[in-house]
Design a protein around this ligand. Structure first.
Ligand code: AMP
Length: 283
């Protein structure tokens, strides 16, 4: 596995790979790998010749009040895990490499970024789309893999790729969960023992929603109110949002109808840790 730290070297290597007619897959991450990240690599390997995984904790997608400085990092462990999964190139640029002094250009996807996560993290997606666009320009991949865990991010990136004619295939990988149901996330290390137990409430509330829908419930107000009741039964849980929306436009549903493709998503703070989760349902 080759480790690259500079944009110049990454661009040069990517150009050489393209000249060899090989298919490049990019997997953008913020590191501190878990099975969720590694599942993306495995899917990538089935879809391309060369896997480029990037590790960049992107300051532009964190608000000043958020956890950029404390975000968990362990590059040596990440290198070992990436190599064991067959990553070909690990691109680990510094902040100065991606945002040199006097950096001024940002990419914004409208509307889709103004709801859900965007309501609570107003500059988040601007940071995400900017860094992903830069990584696409540096690496020029044929395929990119993102996780369903960040459902809105996947939708926003797909839109950016269409709108800016990137011509990159975007694949979305299913959510990988711990055996008890908690969606894997680098931020799960923040949870203490009590919070770790209470964090299960996100997955359980999604299961409750599914159960209600399977039993004929069609009112979104009713479903959200049952989920809210369940979540707020945990002392450490504070809900940012619960949303039942169209899985492509993110337009909220009031009532569900046959053939609707629905994204049920939520963000809940467990103590100081903000967790997100979601599920897709076709009615
Ligand atoms: P992150 O390092 O958290 O920015 O995540 C990098 C990529 O891995 C994103 O596309 C995430 O959606 C994806 N990802 C993170 N957690 C999971 C998970 N539990 N299951 C599947 N994909 C995930």
């Amino acid at each position: 596995m080759r480790i690259i730290a500079t944009v110049e070297e990454m661009q040069q290597v990517a150009n050489e790979i393209r000249l060899q007619q090989k298919k490049i897959c990019i997997i953008p991450t913020m590191g501190y790998f878990h099975e969720g990240h590694l599942s993306l690599v495995r899917i990538g390997k089935q879809n391309a010749d060369i896997i480029v995984t990037t590790i960049f904790v992107n300051p532009a997608q964190f608000a000043p009040s958020e956890d950029f400085n404390n975000y968990p990092r362990n590059i040596e462990r990440d290198k070992r895990l990436a190599e064991s999964c067959g990553v070909d190139i690990l691109f680990i640029p510094s902040v100065d490499e991606i945002y040199p002094r006097d950096y001024k250009t940002f990419i914004e996807v409208e509307q889709l970024t103004e709801v859900l996560e965007g309501k609570f993290r107003s500059t988040h997606f601007r940071g995400v789309t900017t860094v992903v666009a830069k990584l696409f320009n540096i690496i020029k991949p044929h395929v990119a893999i993102f996780g369903q865990k960040d459902a809105q991010q996947a939708i926003v990136i797909k839109k950016m790729v269409r709108d800016l004619n990137y011509g990159i295939d975007i694949a979305i990988a299913p959510i990988v969960r711990e055996s008890d149901g908690l969606a894997m996330s680098s931020r799960n290390v923040y949870l203490n023992i009590t919070e770790r137990t209470e964090s299960l409430i996100l997955f359980q509330s999604l299961q409750l929603a599914k159960h209600l829908i399977e039993n004929g419930e069609r009112s979104c107000t009713k479903i959200i109110s049952e989920m809210t009741k369940l979540i707020t039964s945990k002392p450490s849980a504070k809900i940012d949002y619960i949303s039942i929306a169209d899985s492509e436009t993110l337009k909220e549903y009031l009532a569900l109808h046959s053939a609707d493709r629905v994204l049920i998503s939520l963000a809940v703070r467990i103590g100081k840790t903000r967790l997100i989760d979601n599920t897709l349902i076709t009615i």
